[in-house]
Design a protein around this ligand. Structure first.
Ligand code: ZN
Length: 159
């Protein structure tokens, strides 16, 4: 496993649409291991493949209940609303208020390429939506209301 360099805002790779993963390969398995290591090293709760320069539809997350790996995630349902501070490992040292659905249901492939479903509320819902946005080239800063503010700690609540 290896820690990969996290791309920051302004890097064109963060604005691109990622491609679907069609089969699990040793290279993709290594990428997933590296993404988890990189996320934990940076004290993040989520990381998407484009953040390490790879345009594939893969995200990793850990909102406190252990690692979740989602390949080709697809949002099936959302409801409700939550507004809170959001940050991103690709926008270091900053956070801003973002309104998102409070509930999300998504489907994805796991590391065995088995179809899975996940339901999440609050932080988990926010994280799933934030990471899925990365795969279509979107950063949370596009959704911020009221501007970004500095955060004094170097581990944003979200990424
Ligand atoms: Zn992010």
């Amino acid at each position: 496993m290896a820690i990969r360099q996290i791309r920051v805002e302004g890097d064109p790779v963060l604005g691109k649409k990622c491609r679907e993963v069609t089969e699990m390969t040793p290279k993709i398995a290594t990428l997933i291991e590296d993404m988890l290591e990189t996320m934990y090293d940076a004290n993040g709760v989520g990381l998407a493949a484009p953040q390490v320069g790879i345009l594939k539809r893969i995200v990793v997350m850990d909102c406190g209940d252990g690692p979740i790996v989602m390949i080709n995630p697809e949002i099936l349902e959302t409801s409700g609303e939550q507004t809170g501070d959001e940050g991103c490992l690709s926008v270091p040292g900053k956070a801003g208020q973002v309104t998102r659905p409070n509930y999300v249901k998504a489907r994805f492939l796991d590391e065995e390429m088995e179809l899975c479903e996940i339901e999440g509320e609050e932080l988990l819902a926010r994280c799933i939506l934030h990471e899925t946005d990365h795969l279509d080239g979107h950063l949370y800063v596009e959704k911020v209301v009221g501007g970004l503010h500095e955060v004094t700690y170097d581990n944003p609540e979200e990424n």
